[in-house]
Design a protein around this ligand. Sequence first.
Ligand SMILES: *[C@@H]1O[C@H](CO)[C@@H](O)[C@H](O)[C@H]1NC(C)=O
Ligand SMILES: *[C@@H]1O[C@H](CO)[C@@H](O)[C@H](O)[C@H]1NC(C)=O
Ligand SMILES: *[C@@H]1O[C@H](CO)[C@@H](O)[C@H](O)[C@H]1NC(C)=O
Length: 431
Amino acid sequence: MKVSWLSAVLVGAAATNAIDTISAVGNKFFTSSGTQFFVKGVAYQLTPADPLVDATQCALDVDLMKTLGTNAIRVYHVDPKANHDKCMSTLADAGIYTLIDLDTFDTYILPNDPWWNQTQHDRYSEVMDAFIKYDNVLGFFVGNEIIARANESQVAPYIKTAARDMKSYRDAKGYRQVPIGYSAADIAELRPMLQDYLTCGGNSSEIIDFFALNSYEWCDPSTYATSGYAVLQEQAKNFPVPIFFSETGCNVGGPRVFDDQAAIFGPEMVNDWSGSIIYEWIEEANEYGIISYGPKVDPTATGSNIEGGFTRAGKPTAISPDFDNLKSQWAKATPTGVAKANFKPSVSTRACPAATSGGWLVDGNVALPTLGETFSGTYTTVPSATVTESATAASGTSSSTSSTNPAPPTKEIAGMGAGLVGVMLFFTFWL
Ligand SMILES: *[C@@H]1O[C@H](CO)[C@@H](O)[C@H](O)[C@H]1NC(C)=O
Ligand SMILES: *[C@@H]1O[C@H](CO)[C@@H](O)[C@H](O)[C@H]1NC(C)=O
Ligand SMILES: *[C@@H]1O[C@H](CO)[C@@H](O)[C@H](O)[C@H]1NC(C)=O
């Protein structure tokens, strides 16, 4: 009885959600059919509210996303208590995966007063519980731009702790191995230490499953060599876990031609990067949108679906020329990568970076905070477990590049940092 009931449920789930799942192996994502997966994503958050609840709106947006050629969206805030079935299956039918931030407005890990306690653990777990059933969940983020300045790097062990505990929760519940990672602000002084630290120490249970970067270094017109991407690539070589752009699409300078997409999916970067997420779907005050729901309105105007001077629902209209420029870049970018069967990753974790004066503040492989621990100001260093030689070499070759980075840090952290402030203001306004 029990068995047949269970298989009925499983058959039902499979029928409504016929899309391959995705997992991380070494530095690559693979579909359950064994082909490599590259993210062509868009950041999708129309208001601070969960955008995966309104099935009608979702369907209108997904229709246009299909013509863009996107295969993933990133959502920053969801409501774990809401029903997401319809929107998630509309997305799945369109071949679109989701990357979901686990944190909520009141459970961020704070850069200057970090803690990681049961309240956060519970909130993050609720989001995982609500979304794990959808095969088109590609990954979860334990945080977004928690570290926004060099002197905040001391909270990095809390990020790792959150990843460790969410991975352990996922495994204890018997959930599939959905990758759990972090979305970092692009700060020259902390590169490559932050990405190395979050994937260091020799214990795969204690590292993030992917590293994602919010980078606004490539402002068209630019090139691989002059944008700063060559430095990013050098530091991403031979990485232990998938690395990709969780926000990109600088809008300073000329019209956005998204030439960085040709680099990310081209011969320079495609062996080490797993794609990118364009910031962002909806046009709002920061002018990063690739679609709009109507003309700009007075910022003080209120009304149905109007917030902060923009209409935030309805039928989306592509913004010209940005939307078509992105569409044609993605149409040209068709890497096949490597088949899972032929892929043998050689690096499991990186070496833990030493502290540097005025820069990276976490010295080596420190003992991770326990659940409920607040920050005492220092960490105890513990020896790294087995670190492979190639990991050490990779870290060694990429340590002294921040001075060669042509993009100033202020520009690099401008993107969703700015967007998020907008979102937070909104949220306050709405309360
Ligand atoms: C976690 O920390 C926050 C902020 O200090 C606090 O409000 C909350 O009660 C704490 N939760 C637990 C379970 O201690
Ligand atoms: C970090 O630097 C900023 C200004 O650069 C300062 O306002 C802040 O207090 C510093 N934080 C810490 C923890 O030193
Ligand atoms: C790896 O980390 C996990 C989670 O913290 C821990 O339970 C396990 O004992 C560690 N393994 C080793 C070999 O240290």
